[in-house]
Design a protein around this ligand. Structure first.
Ligand SMILES: *Cc1c(COP(=O)(O)O)cnc(C)c1O
Length: 386
């Protein structure tokens, strides 16, 4: 299906809403029935029609259809945020006694789920380096039921060979789930490579304007139904109609925004390579990236995140650099219009800082929609200050 068709047409039934171009926000908690028979039908299959907005909602459904199609999946579920999508997808697929094999350094709240919540219910997890296929798969146990991937992963941007892992997991009856937030479904399509479920936070690139949260999982119709009828309905973390509408609005410009971000990121990366105070850079589609070949094979683009290590003996130097930036905002998240920076040392106290620990000297930069020259100028003056 053509991406332009999906984004601009699929799922929209203008005749149902006065031929308005923009879909309506159906801000209702419940839906009424003309007959008891109709109501019974809705009770029998809540995924088959509109009953109550904790289940299905027409505004959310437009978004849901588009996001499933962009992933090349049979169906999708849209959540109030990415963390809720991860929670539902994982919890739906484990039971007491099961084991999860996860890639190292996944998103922080994924770590919390695997380390703090699931052990209370008898589910254990192992983290392994996903860059080495054989050693990663050697951590599969008899009771492994789920493989959790994030490619590229947060901060280190390590990638995993998705097709190879999917093939092995399928043969062993293990379900695979990937956090595909980094690349968006326009630049990486894990379902087409054989991964069972693809998750992304819509808060980032889909929304694109830093004004709403959202999360998506996609996969087979039967998997989405299984999650809908249990975790989705029970956690009650489906996206609200207004936020779904904002995400639909963001989605219209996704291809244009990520094209722009990709072009600007190349320019900012080129500049950063010339900066004397930078020790090394991490960007999956740069030839210096150790897994560059694999990145090129499974990703069409890498959008706007760049990690780098700064040469610094003292934490104050990193702080001064960050505090001097005027156009890059210091904030968590990414994927919006605004360029951002976040230093790893914001998570430690100054007496803990060890210049020999490269992680302490790590920063992550997000290139937004501003003019790249405007951004490079800002970086230049901040590097000049240290
Ligand atoms: C932000 C983020 C999430 C969580 O998404 P929310 O919408 O903030 O809940 C999950 N994975 C990755 C890689 C993220 O960056």
């Amino acid at each position: 299906m053509d991406t332009s068709y999906i984004i601009n047409h699929l799922g929209e039934e203008h005749g149902n809403y006065f031929n308005a171009i923009a879909p309506p926000i159906i801000q209702t908690s419940n839906f009424m029935f003309e007959t008891v028979a109709d109501m019974r039908k809705a009770f029998e299959d809540e995924m088959g029609g509109y009953l109550y907005s904790r289940g299905l909602n027409p505004t959310v459904d437009i978004l849901r259809k588009k996001l499933a199609a962009l992933d090349g999946a049979e169906d999708a579920l849209v959540f109030n945020n990415g963390a809720a999508a991860i929670y539902a997808a994982v919890v739906a697929n484990v039971k007491s006694g099961d084991h999860i094999l996860s890639v190292s350094h996944p998103y922080s709240w994924t770590v919390h789920l695997l380390d703090k919540i699931l052990p209370r219910f008898g589910v254990s997890s192992t983290y392994a380096d996903g860059t080495n296929l054989e050693s990663f798969l050697s951590h599969v146990q008899e009771n492994t039921t789920l493989i959790y991937l994030e490619s590229p992963n947060s901060w280190w941007l390590d990638i995993q060979d998705l097709k190879a892992i999917a093939d092995v997991a399928k043969a062993r009856g293990i379900i695979t789930l990937i956090d595909n937030s980094f690349s968006t479904p326009l630049y990486q399509k894990p379902i087409e490579l054989g991964i069972d479920m693809s998750m992304q936070t819509a808060t980032k690139y889909i929304g694109g304007h830093s004004d709403t949260l959202g999360g998506v999982i996609s996969g087979s119709a039967s998997m989405m139904r299984k999650i809908f009828e249990s975790e989705y309905m029970c956690i009650g973390s489906g996206i609200q109609p207004f936020n779904a509408w904002l995400l639909l609005r963001g989605l219209r410009t996704l291809p244009a925004r990520i094209d722009r971000i990709t072009a600007s990121t190349a320019k900012v990366l080129g500049y950063l390579k010339s900066v004397e105070q930078i020790e090394s850079l991490i960007f999956p589609l740069d030839p210096s990236f150790p897994q560059h070949e694999l990145a090129q094979k499974q990703m069409k683009g890498a959008c706007g995140l760049i990690s780098f290590y700064i040469k610094a003996q003292k934490m104050e130097e990193i702080e001064k650099f960050c505090n001097s930036l005027k156009s890059f905002r210091m904030a968590v998240s990414w994927g919006g219009h605004e360029s951002l920076i976040i230093p790893k040392c914001a998570g430690i106290q100054s007496h803990e800082f060890d210049p020999k620990n490269p992680t302490h000297r790590m920063l992550r930069l997000y290139v937004g929609l501003e003019d790249p020259e405007f951004l490079i100028h800002d970086l230049g003056q901040a590097f000049a200050s240290i």
